[in-house]
Design a binder for this molecule. Structure first.
Ligand SMILES: C[S@@+](CC[C@H](N)C(=O)[O-])C[C@H]1O[C@@H](n2cnc3c(N)ncnc32)[C@H](O)[C@@H]1O
Length: 375
């Protein structure tokens, strides 16, 4: 049995009985609509900025086709066309993609039934955007995705649902899959580990990757990386990799060339994760188009985080209060108090109990104690 669901500006025919797992005949996860809303908004902001006669997208792990069809229908290229390739190894998925293309009357989509890595490998430096949306880790497709993307201002977008690995619950798997030692306790470090790994993969092709927007939502990480051509750009990206240690809630950074030291994790990307202009523009687009409240909220919170500047990770107020045996104040008050003291501060989109600030742990503790004294 099938049903038609509406998502964004498209209608999608999907199986009615879904376990939202690999076992489904054709995969469709309605919860990922937020991921797709944010993706369309980010890509539209990119299209508004970079003029392209043709914007060629590859969605090599297409499932029901919802993502690629949304790109085909909702992205507007002010200077030309948008063309989309949707691929899936599962023939049932491909049949559904074709039905959904007819249902939405889109003419700018081509469909393939190939192994994603074979398809990507046959398209050397071709796509403006490659969007890897796999079950679990994007790693098996990352190398071929980077090779298939244009090397100047292309975009490699990826979703990673292996967050337990990236967050450090499965240390050995992280070392094996990402050649990096994970750290627990701050989800942003998982995002930084994934980006750091992608930069190392691209580096061997003399391609630099510049992150423009990343978020950690529910059980997945989503990141958008812009390609930059040449050894110099690749070197610049590599220079932003480092090892990190968490000591008394503070992040201590050790440069890559200083080498690994016991107690540190990494390699992590230590540069800016988000480009404030891209985030601001994506937020505006999501609002104008009436995308989901949740996608707008996430973009708004990321925008706020950007105003703090490049601060690595966050302070978990609940954990700090438990250590110093203080009551937990309302998080917004701590943010406000830090701002009154001249620090930059914000909440973080991925943890309601945490804040980001350019102040140190002592400044945060002072605010907590002062709030509780005044109470
Ligand atoms: C998480 S789903 C994709 C969801 C889809 N992008 C969306 O937004 O709804 C992953 C898809 O990858 C497909 N897949 C798995 N391994 C593949 C491979 N080696 N090559 C191509 N497709 C593959 C699966 O059949 C599945 O449809």
């Amino acid at each position: 049995m099938e049903e038609v669901v509406v998502e964004g500006y498209v209608k999608i025919k999907v199986p009615r009985d879904r376990s939202i797992s690999k076992r489904d005949k054709v995969f469709y996860n309605p919860k990922m609509a937020v991921n797709r809303d944010i993706s369309v908004a980010v890509l539209q902001s990119f299209l508004n900025k970079y003029r392209r006669e043709k914007f060629l997208i590859c969605d090599p792990l297409g499932g029901s086709g919802v993502r690629g069809i949304r790109y085909a229908k909702e992205l507007i290229n002010p200077c030309g066309t948008v063309e989309v390739i949707i691929n899936d190894i599962n023939p049932f998925a491909v049949k559904t993609v074709k039905e959904n293309i007819r249902l939405n009357k889109v003419e700018n989509v081509q469909v393939f039934n190939r192994d994603a890595n074979v398809l990507l490998s046959e398209h050397f430096r071709t796509f403006n955007l490659v969007d890897i949306d796999p079950f679990g880790s994007p790693n098996p497709y990352l190398d071929s995705a980077i090779r298939s993307c244009i090397t100047r201002d292309g975009i490699v977008a990826m979703t990673a649902t292996d967050t337990a690995v990236l967050c450090g619950s499965y240390r050995k798997a992280c070392i094996r899959n990402y050649d990096a030692i994970p750290l627990t306790g701050d989800k942003e470090l998982a995002v930084r580990l994934l980006i750091g790994y992608a930069i190392r993969v691209a580096g061997k092709y003399d391609i630099g990757l510049r992150p423009v927007l990343s978020h950690f939502t529910d059980h997945y990480i989503r990141t958008f990386l812009v390609t930059e051509r040449g050894a110099k750009r690749a070197d610049e990206a590599m220079e932003k990799l480092g090892y990190i240690k968490i000591e008394n809630e503070e992040k201590i950074i050790r440069k890559r060339e200083e080498g690994f030291e016991r107690g540190f994790g990494g390699l992590f990307y230590t540069g800016e994760i988000n480009d404030i202009a891209t985030v601001g523009e994506a937020l505006k687009i999501a609002q104008e188009r009436g995308y989901s409240e949740r996608s707008i909220k996430i973009l708004r919170e990321i925008y706020e985080e950007c105003t703090v500047g490049n601060v690595i990770g966050c302070y978990n107020i609940h954990r700090i209060c438990s250590t110093i045996r203080e009551h937990v104040p309302p998080i917004n008050y701590i943010v406000e108090m830090l701002r009154e003291r001249g620090f930059k501060a914000s909440r973080v989109h991925y943890d309601p109990n945490s804040i980001k600030t350019d102040g140190g742990i002592e400044d945060v503790i002072k605010c907590i104690r002062e709030y509780n004294r005044r109470r």
